[in-house]
Design a protein around this ligand. Structure first.
Ligand code: AMP
Length: 307
């Protein structure tokens, strides 16, 4: 099974209560693919500039991620700078420089077209739909978006929603998308717009999956997964994408898709997000082992288990 992701491969400069970094490797597709690579074979489509070197390539290669779909262009890679205060769930964007990402027009190479699983990370919803259309045989498609697209490109987001099986967003994005302060009502309105499953991430409080009634033979009852209370959330950047990587990676590693698989995928998403925030940038994901993932998965089960 292979999982294709399209999204940003970037450089980030981050400031948190625990310290700050200069330009380090970041980007939604970076966090997603590193996280998902512990579960299945990963392929990445992105655009980078001349500042993306062998050193950055090596981070992907070390996890056996196929980066032949990362196009290099003249200019600079996408750059994002952000700051977190005491509230680890909210990043304040200080600077965004699109660089070569501004004219990104993702083309799926022929050799990637048979990928059965696809994740459309947070990019222009028009481009997300274009990639989806280039992969008519994809079995399961996940997608992400952000307030910028929901606020200013609502119609395009609505079209994107008809092209994904699962949407993964955070709670403020869900409320904004549905124009509804009640999360449960917002969830049902969003499901009516297209996806069969909606994963709402609550930052350090876990995540909830809502299902369209009858989809995948499931009831519409939601399921909530925890995350581990972490004492030092060193850098929350990429937690959402690492969650999505664990969630999609686990689903791609399974033969079937049913409620039980979704529930486990929610746990693996939480596990991967919780590791990602323990160090700056992708450092923790780079050092991670499968044994550590299995160990933490057990802790997650214990966290919510009742005799
Ligand atoms: P997350 O913290 O999981 O929401 O994702 C953080 C990552 O998203 C960072 O590494 C950024 O490089 C990347 N990012 C920030 N803003 C954007 C944007 N407008 N489009 C695509 N990627 C972005």
């Amino acid at each position: 099974m292979s999982l294709l992701v399209v999204g940003s491969v970037a450089f980030d400069a981050v400031k948190t209560p625990y310290g700050k970094t200069d330009r380090i490797l970041g980007g939604a597709a970076t966090y997603f693919s590193l996280s998902a690579s512990f579960f299945t074979q990963l392929r990445v489509i992105a655009v980078v500039g001349e500042d993306f070197t062998e050193k950055e390539e090596q981070v992907f290669r070390a996890r056996n991620i196929d980066i032949s779909g990362i196009v290099r262009e003249k200019g600079k890679s996408f750059f994002w700078s952000g700051e977190y205060g005491e509230n680890v769930n909210e990043a304040k964007t200080l600077d965004t420089q699109l660089g070569v990402f501004g004219s990104f027009n993702p083309q799926v190479p022929d050799k990637f077209k048979e990928s059965e699983y696809l994740f459309l990370a947070n990019i222009d919803p028009v481009l997300q739909v274009s990639v989806r259309k280039q992969m008519p045989h994809a079995k399961f498609v996940g997608g992400d978006t952000m307030n910028y697209w929901i606020g200013g490109h609502r119609q395009n987001v609505a079209t994107m929603l008809q092209n994904v099986n699962a949407l993964l967003i955070n709670d403020s994005e869900a409320r904004m998308l549905a124009h509804d302060p009640s999360l449960a009502r917002a969830a049902h309105k969003i499901l009516a717009m297209g996806p069969q499953a909606l994963v709402i991430k609550h930052g350090e409080y876990g995540a909830t999956v809502f299902f369209r009634d009858g989809a995948y033979g499931m009831s519409k009852h939601p399921f909530r997964a925890p995350t581990l209370p972490i004492e030092a959330v060193t850098d929350p950047t990429g937690a959402g994408d690492s969650f999505a990587g664990g969630f999609m990676g686990y689903i791609a590693s399974q033969q079937n898709l049913n409620r039980e698989i979704f529930k486990r995928a929610m746990f693996y998403g939480g596990v991967m997000g919780s590791f990602s925030v323990e160090a700056f940038g992708t450092e923790r994901l780079q050092k991670l082992t499968r044994e550590e993932i299995d160990e933490r998965y057990k802790i997650f089960r214990e966290l919510t288990h009742l005799e």
